[in-house]
Design a protein. Structure first.
Length: 244
């Protein structure tokens, strides 16, 4: 009788650790289940340095969108301009070499009527700002087209200008042109100042739209250097319309 009782106690003691282990493992398995059921991340946008920018420039950043509905149409609003585009079939988009600044992305869900807006995260400050080695001292635009030139105003004509940026030091300077009284950039670019370079000439040709029943047409352009808050406007060019 005693031998049977002792054997029963031994079996009970041997089984006890197995029971404890199975109870202890249960929360771990539950945590794994919760992790697998986690909800996917929503749309996001991020501005990241791509390592190609120069110390004196604003460019050298990529704009990355992810988590959007597949093939979703979006509108991106940036520091100088905005544009419409479409993300790929994975809901992603990578726009390279954009200007540093604040960006927002707006879109409508497929079948939805309300606009949704996503703010883009960015580095806290522009790394290039503290390393600006070039200083623009003068911006100028000269008119090359002779005022009073007789043209057929019913057709498109061209007007020519010569812009110049003068600076000291070394580095890259971004610029853009605007046409007449519009604030929208007509075109943009950059010039690099190297040792011994003090000025860059920027030849610009613009199209003057045709107009009927007018005696003359006029146009002007403005050259902007946004990083140093400088600009220069050309003289008004007046083209005389040929008589029919």
């Amino acid at each position: 009788m005693n031998r049977k009782l002792n054997g029963h106690r031994l079996l009970t003691l041997l089984a006890a650790p197995l029971l404890v282990s199975s109870v202890a493992l249960t929360p771990a398995f539950a945590a794994q289940g919760r992790t697998a059921a986690a909800a996917p991340a929503g749309p996001s946008c991020e501005l990241v340095p791509n390592g190609t920018g120069e110390p004196a420039g604003d460019r050298g950043y990529d704009l990355r969108l992810s988590g959007f509905p597949a093939n979703q149409s979006v509108r991106v609003e940036g520091p100088k301009s905005s544009f419409k585009t479409t993300v790929d079939g994975q809901g992603d988009l990578d726009r390279q070499d954009v200007r540093y600044g604040k960006y927002n992305v707006s879109y409508k869900d497929h079948g939805g009527n309300q606009n949704k807006r996503v703010g883009c995260t960015a580095p806290r400050e522009n790394p290039g700002r503290g390393k600006q080695d070039v200083k623009v001292t003068n911006v100028e635009v000269k008119t090359l087209t002779k005022p009073g030139t007789v043209v057929d105003c019913t057709k498109s004509n061209k007007a020519e200008f010569d812009g110049s940026i003068t600076a000291t030091g070394q580095g890259k300077v971004d610029y853009y042109w605007t046409y007449a009284s519009s604030a929208d950039p007509l075109s943009s670019g950059s010039v690099t100042f190297t040792p011994g370079t003090t000025s860059h000439s920027l030849f610009k040709v613009v199209d003057v739209s045709g107009m009927a029943n007018v005696s003359s047409v006029s146009v002007f352009v403005t050259l902007h250097v946004p990083a140093q808050n400088m600009s220069a406007r050309s003289e008004q060019v007046v083209l005389t319309c040929a008589k029919p």
